[in-house]
Design a protein around this ligand. Structure first.
Ligand code: SAH
Length: 402
């Protein structure tokens, strides 16, 4: 990719113009009305922004030239800045995106033969502090806005040139909310972002191809099913409250029985659209035959399938991955009970893009950048808004695509 400065990539950041990406249809209509234009212009803009992927008003040829100029004076069609892009040997691609305030989050694309899933983040960092997850060891946390989540999809679509929005045969066919953060702790913005992503006259990824993964924020699971109707994945990871509370502090607030009751009532699940139970395999912690039997018993009556995730290690992690034998035995017991339970092949481990590994890399980067800035006499603004010049300097090295 070509080198661009922070200001090039975030034109709104220095020009005070409003970014149209991430506005709901109603909000876009209000912006259009505010400049005295008729409502159908909002529909045209929507088409250019989300169906065609156009970022330059000059290319929006169904709009008259004077209007295009007026739009460009007030608005931008923005993208998060790509601070770093990495490709794994297995085709997985990871983007470290930097938002207007300097905060960063990661997005991962996992290609399959004729399709692929984009794994997006919903927060910078995470407040859950699950003991096996590296993201949970980060301090800095803020919610991502709808615009920043839609921006992740737009960047990936740009990268694969999937504009205009293809009707079928898409590489970027699925979206999973399985990146950094707990999506149900940021429900309003997640719902708004998904509304834009699902809109049929735009990006048009259907709710059947979107999966939201949660650690189990029980009160919001019902809303998610009723309002969004997306596929649900639950990070279960243990068959008893005792073990689950040790792994996931959120279990103390919403224990297994309550969580599974919410799953039983999930309106968007049926035998064709099963709830996925994610289960990270931790040696000697949650991988016994008794655990597998108990799991099968627990989910009885729920349209369920399992995803067994080999634990992805990170420096200083207090766990080890289960042995292949233990994982195979575990999967076998679930299969015998009638459940699909594939042992997932980790993707993108070489670029720290696998489950639970996100952001750790960029944190190290940030440290070394901070040191470099200190040497260069640039004040460390501690994750505050970098000035465009400072940010452009900081952006240099990562573009070398390590
Ligand atoms: N907060 C949401 C979204 C994160 S999804 C949730 O908890 O579901 C990320 C998935 O990766 C979760 O299932 C999480 O439990 C799992 N995970 C986290 N750390 C992991 C690790 N080190 N190895 C394997 N899976 C991990």
């Amino acid at each position: 990719m070509t080198r661009q400065s922070f200001a090039d990539l975030n034109p709104a950041a220095d020009a005070g113009r409003i970014d149209l990406v991430g506005l709901s249809r109603a909000e876009l209509a209000a912006q259009v009305a505010a400049i005295g234009e008729k409502p159908f212009r909002a529909k045209q803009l929507w088409h250019w922004i989300y169906h065609r992927g156009v970022t330059d008003f000059a290319a929006m040829t169904t709009l008259a030239a004077p209007l295009r100029e007026r739009l460009a004076e007030r608005f931008v069609v923005g993208r998060p800045a790509v601070a770093r892009e990495q490709g794994s040997d297995d085709g997985t691609r990871k983007w470290l995106l930097r938002f207007a305030d300097g905060n960063e989050a990661e997005t991962v694309f996992i290609p399959e033969e004729d399709r692929g899933a984009l794994c997006i983040s919903s927060q910078v960092g995470c407040t859950l502090t699950c003991t096996f997850c590296h993201t949970g060891t980060q301090l800095l946390v803020r919610d991502l806005s709808a615009a920043e989540m839609v921006g992740q999809v737009m960047v990936a679509r740009d990268a694969y040139g999937e504009w205009p929005s293809p009707k079928e045969a898409r590489l970027l066919s699925n979206v999973v909310l399985m990146g950094m953060g707990e999506p149900l702790f940021n429900y309003e913005e997640v719902a708004k972002a998904l509304g834009i992503v699902m809109d049929r006259e735009g990006i048009a990824i259907s709710k059947r191809r979107i999966t939201l993964s949660t650690a189990g924020v029980v009160p919001l699971i019902r809303r998610c099913g009723a309002e969004l109707g997306v596929n649900l994945a639950i990070s279960l990871h243990a068959a008893t409250d005792e073990v689950r509370s040790r792994l996931m502090p959120i279990n103390k607030k919403y224990p297994i029985a309550e969580l599974l009751q919410a799953c039983r009532e999930y309106p968007a699940a049926n035998n064709a659209r099963r709830i996925t139970f994610e289960y990270v395999m931790l040696d000697g912690v949650n991988d016994s035959a008794a655990d597998a039997k108990e799991l099968a018993r627990l989910v009885r009556g729920i349209p369920a399938k399992f995803n067994l995730i080999p634990f992805n290690a990170w420096p200083g992690a207090p766990f080890r991955c289960s042995s292949p034998r233990a994982m195979t035995r575990f999967a076998g017991i679930l299969n015998d009970a009638g459940y699909s339970a594939p042992i997932r092949v980790p993707r993108g481990r070489d670029i720290m893009a696998a489950c639970g590994q996100l952001r750790s890399d960029s944190q190290r980067q940030r440290l070394s950048r901070a040191r470099a800035r200190a040497r260069a006499g640039i004040a460390d603004d501690h994750h505050g808004t970098p000035t465009p010049t400072a940010a452009a300097t900081i952006l240099e090295p990562p573009f070398k695509n390590s």
